[in-house]
Design a binder for this molecule. Structure first.
Ligand SMILES: NC(=O)c1ccc[n+]([C@@H]2O[C@H](COP(=O)([O-])OP(=O)(O)OC[C@H]3O[C@@H](n4cnc5c(N)ncnc54)[C@H](O)[C@@H]3O)[C@@H](O)[C@H]2O)c1
Length: 463
């Protein structure tokens, strides 16, 4: 873990030796000057879900409409997160003057690592660390005055902390957006993907693609890269295939996840796991909270649940602090229209090709659709949590008929759908209650369904 050198605190702001007992006016000036040149960061901001989401905005591979949409809402804020976190501006923001500060800068990272070896530092760590160090300074006889003045300045600034991350499945739909989000924050990103359904072209040039299988190659890669965090998105995601070949599904989703967990354990990395709400809860009569009975219908849901249980066991056994996220039906640019929840992609692809989509059953079945940028924001935010299970959905039920109406509207096309027999075993209602994630991850979905559909259509139309 590495704190960027421009993150200042009363001690780091000066390269002065510890034995200085007072700070004169010249020194105060030097401290302020240093502060003005540097961008100051707070760890809680670096992990803020909304900022993580906004990090996507500056990235050209996510549709430009995202930026158009969000910028007016951000204008006039205390700090403009788009500007703060935009990928292209890292150098400009001075990462960083003051190489001479480096040895002192390393210190907090080391102390934080001791506090929470398996996880990422959180705001309370930083506060405790600051208090501890301030206490030490006072014991050393330092003057409180300049420290307090500096602290005031400090809180108006933001902190960015770089992490070294492995994204399994980072060449896939959601994983590639997670990669983009990490790169936009300035993180070091390695992708482990066997390209079985993912595409090389999805991986942004700033990330390093390691072509390999989570069942064999996770250990070697983690030993080489020594990531601090792993976003584990590689999976067999085809529900129908899981019925036909449950052994294959379990091999990738259970054994593969175990390999990732062992690899992460070997280097103390935290794991954020992409689970599924839709396939784990089964039939929902109201928005499912995390303690809703789990009744997966297909082996895919069973294997995801088994992986979650291993993660919970590793948390109990090793205090690992891993997080499982139960995604709703994710949609957005780069989605393969044949995936677990590809209905948005399927509808749009058909309309784009001038064909009518097919609706199975009467179309009253409901799902919880969530835009991929919102999922990325939750996923990045989860890296700062101590461990648990969280729903990542909109909390809104949308029927397939309603969805198709909306898709036609954003596409500006009217074409009656074809209807086919309901598929056996299909869940009628599925919707997730995201309030726990809102409370604990400080995350909430920012895109309405219509906004997300418009961005997805813009991407499909541009293909
Ligand atoms: N798309 C959704 O709506 C949705 C909903 C709930 C959960 N999820 C979960 O989110 C994650 C990502 O889903 P997605 O929609 O982006 O799917 P995706 O198929 O686009 O991405 C999965 C990636 O994993 C890779 N992969 C598969 N098996 C692998 C293996 N053995 N070793 C290495 N790489 C392997 C694939 O090549 C692909 O790039 C999955 O874990 C999925 O179960 C997705």
């Amino acid at each position: 873990m590495e704190l960027l050198p421009f993150a200042l605190d009363p001690v780091r702001g000066r390269a002065a030796p510890e034995c200085h007992l007072r700070v004169d006016e010249n020194e105060k000036g030097a401290i302020r000057e240093q502060a003005a040149r540097c961008v100051e960061v707070q760890l809680e901001d670096a992990l803020d879900a909304e900022l993580a989401c906004n990090a996507l905005v500056g990235e050209g591979r996510v549709d430009v409409a995202v930026a158009d949409d969000i910028l007016p809402r951000l204008e006039g804020g205390l700090d403009n997160p788009v500007d703060e976190l935009g990928a292209g501006r890292r150098e400009e923001r001075g990462l960083c003057p003051g190489a001479h500060l480096q040895p002192v800068e390393k210190q907090p990272a080391h102390l934080l690592a001791e506090r929470r070896p398996a996880g990422l530092a959180r705001a309370d760590d930083v506060a405790a660390l600051r208090a501890e160090r301030l206490g030490k300074q006072l014991r050393l006889g330092r003057l409180a005055g300049p420290v307090q003045a500096f602290e005031g300045e400090e809180h108006r600034r933001r902190t960015i902390r770089r992490v070294r991350a492995v994204v399994t499945g980072g060449a896939g739909f959601i994983g590639s957006h997670v990669v983009d989000g990490l790169l936009a924050r300035g993180d070091e990103v390695h992708v482990l993907d066997d390209l079985s359904s993912g595409k090389r072209a999805n991986v942004a040039p700033g990330a390093r693609l390691h072509e390999g299988d989570i069942r064999q190659d996770a250990g070697g890669l983690f030993a080489e890269v020594r990531p601090e965090v792993c976003f584990h998105l590689a999976a067999q995601i085809d529900v129908r295939l899981s019925v036909e070949r449950p052994d294959h599904d379990a091999a990738v989703n259970v054994i593969g996840t175990l390999n990732v967990l062992e690899a992460a354990r070997g280097c103390g990395a935290k794991v954020v796991f992409s689970s599924t709400g839709g396939a784990i809860y089964g039939e929902c009569h109201e928005p499912a909270t995390e303690d809703h009975p789990r009744r997966p219908l297909a082996p895919y849901g069973v294997s995801k649940l088994a992986a979650e249980e291993y993660i919970a066991a590793y948390n109990r056994l090793y205090g690992a602090g891993h997080v499982s996220l139960r995604y709703g039906n994710v949609y957005g640019p780069r989605q393969d229209p044949h995936g677990e929840a590809g209905v948005v992609g399927i509808f749009m692809e058909r309309l784009h090709e001038g064909r009518a989509p097919r609706i199975y059953g009467n179309g009253t079945q409901t799902r919880d659709y969530i835009f991929v940028a919102d999922v990325v924001a939750a996923t990045l935010a989860a890296a700062g949590h101590d461990g648990g299970v969280f729903n990542v959905g909109s909390g809104v039920e949308t029927s397939v008929l309603d969805l198709y109406e909306r898709v036609q509207r954003v596409a500006g096309v009217e074409r009656p759908a074809e209807f086919a027999d309901a598929r056996p075993g299909e869940v009628q209602r599925s919707v997730l209650d995201p309030s726990l994630a809102q409370r604990e991850l400080r995350w909430k979905p920012r895109r309405s369904l219509d906004e997300g559909l418009a961005e997805t259509w813009a991407w499909i139309s541009a293909q």
